[in-house]
Design a protein around this ligand. Structure first.
Ligand code: MN
Length: 240
């Protein structure tokens, strides 16, 4: 049995080919998986579980169907879909995990994270993250109308795109000290995350022992999946 990990699909109605590939994945390979983990930014934007967006409704049904077929599905918030809440979990049967979260996988301890919390060189982003992950801020947002929230999210997204275009690649990547600190703190063998859209396997030298950092890719041009079973893992591209 194989455990599957994906992240950064950035599903939205304007990019139907990603949704098609995701649906085929859920109806295909994922059906025989031991579990599916989605490590954030499944959706391009999430303004609240009450959003009647039809594209998202289709994805929710497909997740429900996979869960009902007996495959556990886990979700961790990304910086795009951090407003996913209890109603989404109840509707889909998907279990929401805290970030970070440690799992034991065929004898290996793996720390799961979306990844944005490790991008500590971007101080402005970390301040924004602190604000938007605050339950009081989220409760305040949810008192606004759906239209207001959609407008707010669109403005925030275009502001962040403009800002990211002006930042260096190093600032937007994870901070190596943060990575080493997290791995040491949790005593894990592997740190697995997405967010940076830089799929790779990095060896981490902690002096007394070695660890690895695995980075999932985004789904903009092709799918990206980490497949892990008793004999090991492989980080694979899924062409479309
Ligand atoms: Mn992200």
């Amino acid at each position: 049995m194989t455990t599957l990990f994906i992240s950064d699909l950035h599903l939205e109605a304007g990019r139907p080919e990603i949704g098609m590939q995701f649906l085929a994945f859920l109806e295909g390979e994922a059906r025989s998986a031991e579990a599916l983990y989605i490590l954030g930014d499944l959706f391009e934007v999430w303004v609240g579980d009450d959003d009647p967006n039809e594209h998202y409704a289709e994805m929710k049904l497909a997740l429900r169907s996979l869960v009902d077929s007996g495959v556990p599905v886990y979700f961790m918030h990304g910086n795009r879909d951090f407003m996913i809440g209890a109603d989404f979990a109840a509707e889909t049967g998907v279990k929401i995990l805290p970030d970070p979260h440690v799992i034991e996988l065929y004898g290996t301890s793996v720390l799961l994270s979306h990844g944005d919390a490790m991008c500590t060189d971007d101080l402005e982003y970390q301040q924004l993250r602190l604000m938007t992950r605050n339950p009081q801020w989220q409760a305040m947002m949810l008192t606004k109308s759906l239209e207001e929230r959609i407008a707010f999210a669109a403005a925030a997204s275009s502001k962040s795109q403009n800002r990211n275009a002006s930042l260096s690649a190093e600032i937007m990547d994870v901070n190596q000290n943060e990575v080493e600190k997290l791995i040491a703190e949790h005593g894990v063998d592997v740190l697995l995350h997405g967010h940076t859209h830089r799929p790779a396997v990095h060896d981490i030298d902690l002096g007394e022992r070695a660890a690895q950092r695995i980075v999932l890719g985004d789904w903009y041009e092709q799918g990206s999946v980490l497949r892990w079973n008793e004999s090991g893992y492989s980080l694979d591209v899924m062409p479309r």
